[in-house]
Design a protein around this ligand. Structure first.
Ligand SMILES: Nc1ncnc2c1ncn2[C@@H]1O[C@H](COP(=O)(O)OP(=O)(O)OP(=O)(O)O)[C@@H](O)[C@H]1O
Ligand SMILES: [Mg+2]
Length: 237
């Protein structure tokens, strides 16, 4: 890792589900302002890792430090208010609320300020502005993903965690999402942790990668150092 200050440090983390050890001694430094891709096959523990960072599952060992503070034991709501945002796999937007109402829910993560941030989200995702009165459930998968990202941004996060944002989404919207993530990165206000199995997408936008296998970090480094050999061994299936 380069000598950039870490905004997020995961140290020696274990998570168990019942008797199964799902994360094993996971340590990561996430450099401030970077885009970090967490990659690995189905079931290696990528979602569990994001949930542990967000406080949605409790680690059995290890710590999570965010922006200088140990947050290992604080609630996920408080983590959100401190600036951690999580866009879950499968998006989890509210199908019977409108686009606008879904965005309002994102405001709960804010200490202050409010609906003026909607304008920024609408600028990033114009389709959401056009559809603000539609029910979330009537949007396409790609539009729902944009809404889920928009809802996370409304909270004004410092770190945005995205769990497989390209999963099941049409290529034209993947390109739009990629553009938005790169423009957020250029503003320098965000760090993005991206869980991704779509390797080309991750390689396009990530600065660093962590490759996981069976609950552990197997490889890490600059994204352009990830060899085709490692990809073949650990990502194709
Ligand atoms: N709530 C749960 N209870 C018990 N086991 C679980 C639970 N959630 C996940 N697991 C198991 O933990 C392991 C890691 O799951 P996780 O969802 O973190 O993997 P993943 O890398 O995100 O996979 P995918 O690429 O399919 O999303 C898997 O073996 C999974 O079956
Ligand atoms: Mg997952």
């Amino acid at each position: 890792m380069p000598p950039v200050e870490a905004i997020l440090t995961i140290d020696d983390l274990d998570v168990h589900y019942g008797g199964s050890r799902i994360l094993r001694d996971v340590s990561m430094d996430i450099p401030n302002g970077s885009i970090v891709a967490v990659m690995g096959r189905n079931g290696v523990g990528k979602t569990t890792l994001l949930k542990a960072i967000m406080g949605l599952v409790e680690p059995s060992k290890g710590s999570v430090c965010f922006d200088g503070d140990d947050i290992t034991t604080i609630s996920s709501d408080r983590r959100a208010r401190r600036g951690l945002a999580y866009v879950p796999q499968g998006r989890e937007i509210f199908p019977r609320l409108t686009v606008k109402e879904n965005l309002v829910i994102g405001l709960e993560a804010r200490e202050q300020g409010g609906s003026e941030v909607f304008a920024e989200v609408f600028e990033l995702f114009p389709v959401l502005a056009q559809m603000q009165d539609r029910m979330g459930g009537n949007l396409s998968g790609g539009q729902q993903q944009q809404l889920a990202i928009g809802r996370a941004l409304v909270g004004g996060p410092k770190v945005l965690m995205l769990d497989e944002p390209t999963e099941g989404i049409q290529p034209s919207i993947i390109i739009e999402i990629e553009k938005v993530l790169l423009s957020l990165k250029e503003r320098g206000e965000f760090t993005i942790v991206l869980v991704e199995q779509y390797f080309d997408f991750a390689r396009q936008i990530a600065d660093y990668f962590f490759l996981m296998d069976r609950g552990s970090v197997l490889l890490q480094g600059a994204a352009d150092e990830l060899s085709d050999e490692s990809i073949k061994t650990h990502l194709t299936f």
